[in-house]
Every structure is written in structure tokens, then in C-alpha cells.
Design a protein. Structure first.
Length: 342
């Protein structure tokens, strides 16, 4: 090959690479512009303060396209559907709050690459503490008193439905800032026997009012379990199988959870389990709910489902917790909110 031909091939290669690079940059810019462009007919926003302690208000992550995407917003609990949203300047990819304490899992950039952190917020959304996260945020919960916070991240994989994933779940005491960074270090009693295995994963913590007892999902040996745990004793005990993302009812007697089912139209179905009898009731929501539901009150559950016609957005639905009734739309372009303060 002559030197001139080599130079021509090199020049063509440089032009092609430049074209690919330019196309990638433009495509990324187009996607970013699309996400920052409010959609016609989307929710309306207003400036104002978002306060976690304000009675009668729902606070949640907004998922509508536009400049307020991922912001924490507030609407009246009554008439929430279609209400004008008061938008804060705090952005989260996962959020939960109780008794004036919030946990906000955020995505940031470090040297141009995604990085994640957990922010503990006060009632006025000011950051009290910040903790780096080992992976992609998945679940977040605060105990009823606001004292304990928990979060789960994916350290491998990005979905509970994928064949290969690994999680890390932490519990934080906001009084002394003592952090149990990995529940996999807790002692496990499985089916009445002490258990330890390298494939153990935990996710979906939910707290009892005593600021010690919690429930969560334990996965091991291709099986998932509902576990009851103690923060002080650093231990968990299995209660039932095929339970994921539990959520404890306000009266402490039941857990809502997603149960893996066989079928062409659903991967998980939402159930409610009586903790005294371990008897479960399937709910009337038949779509696959990949969420940790929240109890709006002792009778009503809320959960997020992907929006049918709006990519990268979710809608919040409610359903009675006793297996009756029918699902109803609560919020468009939102993640399921914690219950409003009364």
C-alpha cells in the first residue's frame, strides 16, 4: 500500500469517527432537550416552599418531562389529581419521608461519570447529612418517627427482574448517625436455623413504630423471603416465601408486597399479608407492580406504574388493601408519595 493511500484511509477513518462522535453528541443533546421540554397537557407548577411537616400535603418526586423533572414537589392531598405542583429545588431519583425527616437518593456527576448519594433532609428540605452510595438507587424508607432511614442500591444489574443483580441495603439512625452499611452482615435465621451464604441480598426495608423492628426482603438460593429484623440485635428471621418489597401497614398488622407470579401479562402481583396468620390476599391490581407500595391510610395502597404513552415517566395508582374495589389513578408523572401529615 502506497503512503498516499494510507493517508487517504486514515483521513476517511478520522472523518467517520468525527461523524459518529458528532452524531452521539447531538443525539444526547436531543434526548436532554426532550427531557427538559415540558409536555403539552402536563402538570402545572408554581414557586413556593415545600415543607415535609405541612398537614394535608403530598410530597413526591415529579417525573414529568421539563425543567422540574426529578424535583420534589407538593400538592394538596385532597384533589391531588391535576393539582398545581409547588416545586422545590431538590432533585431525587428515590424519596421517602415521615415525621419531618426525608431521605433523598440523588444522582450526581464525578469526573463526568454518574455517582450517587443519600441525603438526609429536614422538614424544610435542608441537608443534614450526606452518604455516598455504592450503586444505582432502588428503594428508600423512613420510619414513622423519622428516626431511622433505609435505602437499597443495585451494585450489579439494574432490575429485580433481571437474572443477575446484587443489592446493598443500609439502615441509618438519625439520632446518633450510626450507620449499618450492609444488612448482609446481620445474623440470619432461615427456617429456624442459622444461615450464611455469599449469594444473600436484602432490599425493601419497612419500619415498625418502635424504631427497632423492620421487615425486608431476603433473597438467597433463587428464593425470596419476608424477614422480620431487629436493628439493635443486628439479626433477621424469615417468616414467609415469595415476598418482595414489603410495606408495613400503619396499624402494624399487615404487609403489602409484590409476589412473583407465573403468567403472560404480569411478573409480580400486589398482595397484602396478615402478619398474625401469614395469610395473603391478592389485590385487584393485575398489572405487574415493580414498586414498594405505600400505605396512604389503613385501607388504601399507592404504587407507581410506567406511564403508557410517556417514556421515562410513571403514574401513581391506588387500590383498596382488602382485595375489593378497582385501581384508580391518583397522580400522573409521579412516584408514589408517602402519606400526608394529618
Amino acid at each position: 500500500m502506497t503512503p498516499v493511500r494510507r493517508l487517504l484511509i486514515l483521513a476517511v477513518g478520522v472523518l467517520l469517527l468525527g461523524g459518529v462522535g458528532a452524531w452521539s453528541v447531538l443525539s444526547a443533546a436531543d434526548r436532554a432537550d426532550e427531557e427538559n421540554r415540558p409536555r403539552p397537557g402536563g402538570p402545572a407548577f408554581a414557586a413556593g416552599a415545600v415543607d415535609l411537616d405541612r398537614p394535608g400535603r403530598l410530597v413526591f418526586r415529579n417525573t414529568a418531562a421539563g425543567p422540574q423533572r426529578d424535583r420534589l414537589v407538593s400538592v394538596p392531598a385532597k384533589g391531588a389529581t391535576g393539582a398545581v405542583r409547588t416545586a422545590s429545588d431538590v432533585s431525587c431519583v428515590r424519596f421517602h419521608a415521615a415525621a419531618g425527616t426525608g431521605v433523598c437518593l440523588q444522582e450526581t456527576k464525578v469526573l463526568g461519570r454518574p455517582a450517587y448519594r443519600a441525603q438526609i433532609l429536614d422538614a424544610e428540605l435542608r441537608t443534614l447529612k450526606s452518604y455516598p452510595l455504592a450503586g444505582i438507587p432502588s428503594r428508600a424508607r423512613v420510619s414513622p418517627s423519622g428516626r431511622l432511614a433505609a435505602w437499597t442500591v443495585f451494585v450489579k444489574g439494574e432490575s429485580y427482574g433481571s437474572a443477575f443483580f446484587s443489592t446493598r441495603t443500609a439502615i441509618l439512625d438519625t439520632r446518633d448517625w450510626k450507620l449499618a452499611a450492609n444488612l448482609e452482615e446481620f445474623a440470619i435465621t432461615l427456617d429456624g436455623r442459622s444461615y450464611r451464604n455469599q449469594d444473600v441480598n436484602f432490599w425493601g426495608v419497612t419500619f415498625a413504630p418502635d424504631d427497632d423492628t423492620f421487615y425486608a426482603t431476603l433473597a438467597t438460593g433463587e428464593q425470596t423471603y419476608l424477614v422480620r429484623g431487629s436493628v439493635r440485635a443486628r439479626s433477621v428471621t424469615t417468616l414467609a416465601r415469595n415476598v418482595e418489597c414489603p410495606s408495613l401497614s400503619p396499624d402494624g398488622t399487615r404487609v403489602a408486597y409484590k409476589k412473583r407470579v407465573l403468567g403472560r401479562t404480569a411478573l409480580w402481583r400486589e398482595h397484602v399479608m396478615d402478619l398474625r396468620t401469614l395469610k395473603s390476599t391478592p389485590l385487584t391490581e393485575r398489572r405487574s407492580v415493580d414498586d414498594q407500595a405505600v400505605w396512604l391510610d389503613d385501607r388504601t395502597l399507592a404504587y407507581a406504574l410506567p406511564a403508557d404513552t410517556r417514556p421515562h415517566s410513571e403514574d401513581v395508582w391506588t387500590v383498596p388493601a382488602d382485595g375489593t374495589g378497582a385501581p384508580a389513578l391518583l397522580l400522573q408523572d409521579a412516584q408514589a408519595p408517602p402519606p400526608a401529615k394529618r
